[in-house]
Design a protein around this ligand. Sequence first.
Ligand code: PRP
Ligand code: URA
Length: 222
Amino acid sequence: MSSQETSGQIRILDWQIAKTLISKLRDRSLPTHQFRNCAKRLSNLLWEFVLSSEPSLHIKSEKHTPSGTKYDHFDMAKDKVAIVSVLRAAEAMMQDSILYYEEDFEFVKMVVQRGENGHNFFPLPIPANIKDKLVFIADCMLATGGSFKIVIDKLMEYGVKIENIRLVNIFASKEGLDFIMKTYPGIILYGISINEDMDSKKYLEPGVGDFGDRFFNTPAKH
Ligand code: PRP
Ligand code: URA
């Protein structure tokens, strides 16, 4: 079964400029500062796509222009939204992002690290009001799906309903995506590049290598 045929909803940003930025990121000769710039541009495109695709977040009111003419004014329902970033790599989708500077959303950090013996979760404070929010979990990479699963399960422990969770991702493997969609039927994922393969160490192929290491310019572990 292909990823798109599972019961979840996969919403793909398929603009050509997104494909161009994705292919730049794959290039191993791309210098760090350009990797960071491409990742940030791509993340900003993705966030605008995500917010545009959620009608419940857009509030209409009536305001007046300087000449006194009435118009329909649209704004974001900022109190409804929490953005969870899975450290480290998802910080690439936060730092300098339009989301952070333009909208007063709630920002929550969660730390998950993949290791040779599975995934490790390091607790950080989670606000009690998160159960009342529409929660967007951001992670650049979806390989086995283990990191997203830990974060989704933790949020559900805190009372967040699965129908109020959205996944926001840049690169996904077909296998990991199918695992998430089967584990959480109906969950909505926003993505750009899906259906990648994985190598024996569960890194994406063609992939970008270790996203966090390339973004933060730390020595590669892979
Ligand atoms: C990477 C990436 C994702 C995770 C995806 O994190 O940032 O969080 O792998 O893989 P999975 O779907 O198999 O869980 P990593 O643990 O390498 O940490 P980093 O972000 O600090 O590089
Ligand atoms: N995490 C990464 O950074 N890259 C992969 O290919 C898989 C997980």
